[in-house]
Ligand binder design. Structure first.
Ligand SMILES: NC(=O)c1ccc[n+]([C@@H]2O[C@H](COP(=O)([O-])OP(=O)(O)OC[C@H]3O[C@@H](n4cnc5c(N)ncnc54)[C@H](O)[C@@H]3O)[C@@H](O)[C@H]2O)c1
Length: 318
């Protein structure tokens, strides 16, 4: 099986690449290294089953050429910065919607019949039902969520028109080794600058679910092997959640910081579009035989250990 991973040098895509290689796939990664890191794929460069292509998702000629002979596209490239759309209202449209269209066109042109996509819990906006199941009506509250929801819609239409089997994964926040953006990353940076006071966006009561990246890619692998519908939509998350203040306290314990005070910016949300509660119903993905193996606290520990060991990432990533 020849797998092609857009965004395969990033946090989740590179972990998926390692998993697929272990399972005997040949893997081609297509990434412009805007946030992807050599540390995450260098160890694969001598593997004859691994190819790395540094290129941009907007380069359609290149994308269409290098996807010839591919069996399955895992489309994980995106602007993954949820807050970025506020400052630059075109980024989610260009990177996430047009980027997905380009990947789908590559599938259509090269007759690739399997397509998996990294969507997000952000597509639920602020849902009324918790834990949130896959089949509810949604109203968008962020440009990032809107772009992921639009990309899902494009994939569904391509599945219908061109007989492409698709897998759409709505992730909660992933944590664990290779983590390079999100609340733990922000807190680590802030704590290095000032270990005495930690600014927390919102009132700290926002409750979020997190999933370890190792569990996440295992769920993706198992569902790709087992789910047989034409369009397979799965929530990927954990049954527990933690509020942001609890997460910050957990980090202080792990970093052995005893004298740090919290400063809250206030309000129920960290920023416009932030959801005060994220808890996904994961019964559907559990029905294929998968369940998370790391608790949220264990995964926070793995994340803090990774970032402490690779603290240069806190400086090199925007
Ligand atoms: N990390 C999470 O908690 C989370 C949650 C929900 C959804 N997602 C989605 O999962 C996917 C992977 O996220 P991640 O956390 O690994 O982020 P990431 O930023 O580490 O990975 C994205 C990768 O895409 C590459 N990339 C970005 N723009 C590109 C372009 N124009 N052309 C080619 N490559 C490009 C980057 O260099 C990077 O390697 C994304 O689609 C993201 O939206 C992530």
């Amino acid at each position: 099986m020849k797998a092609f991973i857009t965004g395969g040098a990033g946090f989740i895509g590179s972990t998926l690449a390692d998993k697929l290689l272990k399972k005997g796939f040949s893997v081609t990664v297509y990434d412009n290294l805007s946030t992807g890191q050599p540390l995450f794929y260098e160890h694969n460069l001598s593997n004859p089953n691994y190819t790395f292509i540094e290129a941009d998702i907007s380069d359609k000629d290149k994308l269409n050429t290098v996807t010839q002979g591919v069996d399955m596209i895992f489309h994980f490239q995106a602007n993954a910065d949820v807050r970025g759309g506020m400052r630059n209202t075109g980024v989610d449209l260009e990177q996430n919607i047009i980027g997905t269209h380009n990947a789908l066109e590559a599938a259509r042109i090269n007759n690739i019949k399997k397509f998996a996509f990294a969507s997000s819990a952000a597509i639920y906006g602020e849902p009324a039902i918790f834990p949130t199941p896959e089949n509810i009506a949604v109203i968008q509250t962020s440009l990032y969520g809107a772009s992921k929801f639009s990309a899902e819609a494009l994939i569904q239409a391509y599945s219908e028109y061109y007989d492409i089997q698709s897998w759409i994964y709505r992730f909660v926040s992933f944590t664990g080794p290779r983590y390079t953006h999100g609340v733990i990353f922000d807190f680590m940076r802030k704590l290095i600058n000032n270990p005495n006071e930690l600014e927390i966006l919102g009132n700290g009561q926002q409750r979020k679910s997190y999933l370890d990246v190792a569990d996440g890619v295992e769920a993706i692998f198992q569902s790709v092997m087992k789910a047989k519908d034409k369009i397979n939509i799965f929530n990927l998350g954990n049954e527990e959640f933690l509020n942001v203040k609890e997460l910050a306290s957990e980090m202080l314990g792990l970093l052995n910081l005893k004298n740090t005070s919290f400063k809250f910016t206030g309000g129920e949300r960290g920023w416009k579009g932030d959801s005060p509660l994220v808890q996904l119903d994961i019964k559907k993905i559990q029905s294929i035989g998968w369940t998370p193996t790391y608790t949220i606290r264990e995964s926070i520990k793995r994340t803090v250990e990774f970032l402490s060991k690779n603290s240069y990432l806190l400086e090199v990533i925007d």
